[in-house]
Design a protein around this ligand. Structure first.
Ligand SMILES: [Zn+2]
Ligand SMILES: [Zn+2]
Length: 248
């Protein structure tokens, strides 16, 4: 499929086969329109890459004289074998536009977004896994110390009577949940691991809104829980890096 493209405002028109090609100025911005034979050429124009053009002159394969493109026979020796070459300026422009590509913020952002989208799913998954891990460890911890049934009977009383034990279980569950998250994700930076793991703690901390009506207390709980699970994630990532380094 061929296209008519404006390099300036990226306006693309699919030409009507039954009509002669219309190479007027761009309707949007008045820039000169260009013709793209296929998707590759379209991509080049859209990313502002110059397509190298064939030079006006061709070279005789036998005597290496320059001949105008239209001649069928060498004007100097009569040979009919010609070599085509790219226009030097056009090749230079092509090289320059390829170099500029890496500095073009628009392109960099595009590549970034694609990458983020793929890992976003993994991140959400790992936070969900982390939350389940937390609930699992917390429930087991309560069951082995106070007995789940006892706590369920009167949660407020159980918490006030066994404040230290429950706090300890909470701390350990948060650390472990954060720790395990670093094994769900492929190798990430320490900072990312901390941030992601701390999300689990923040969500756990947010759930205190159900019991605590005091906003400063809630904020402290969120920060405290977030820090603990984040710390777990950081320690886990340390281990992941160590294991991977040993394997390499
Ligand atoms: Zn335009
Ligand atoms: Zn010749």
């Amino acid at each position: 499929m061929s296209y008519i493209v404006c390099r300036n405002c990226k306006n693309v028109v699919i030409p009507d086969e039954s009509q002669p090609l219309n190479f007027d100025k761009c309707h949007n911005c008045g820039h000169v329109l260009e013709y793209a034979r296929d998707n590759t050429e379209l991509n080049c124009i859209m990313n502002n890459i110059e397509i190298p053009k064939i030079a006006y002159h061709k070279i005789c394969a036998k005597c290496h004289s320059l001949n105008p493109r239209q001649t069928g026979m060498c004007l100097f020796c009569g040979s009919t074998r010609f070599l085509l070459q790219y226009d030097a300026n056009s090749v230079n422009n092509y090289n320059k536009s390829i170099e500029n590509l890496s500095d073009n913020p628009e392109m960099v952002v595009m590549v970034h977004n694609q990458h983020n989208l793929a890992s976003l799913f993994l991140k959400i998954l790992s936070v969900i896994v982390g939350l389940f891990d937390f609930l699992f460890f917390f429930a087991i911890g309560i069951e082995y110390t106070l007995g789940l049934a006892n706590v369920q009977k009167n949660p407020m009383l159980a918490v006030s009577q066994n404040y230290a034990t429950i706090s300890l279980i909470l701390v350990l569950s948060l650390l472990l949940a954060g720790f395990l998250i670093s094994f769900v994700l492929p190798r990430v930076s320490y900072k990312d691991s901390f941030k992601l793991s701390s999300l689990v703690g923040i969500i756990v901390g947010l759930s205190t809104v159900l019991v605590v009506k005091d906003i400063p207390m809630m904020l402290i709980a969120i920060l405290f829980c977030g820090f603990l699970s984040g710390l777990g994630g950081f320690i886990g990532e340390l281990l992941v890096h160590k294991i991977l380094n040993r394997m390499n």
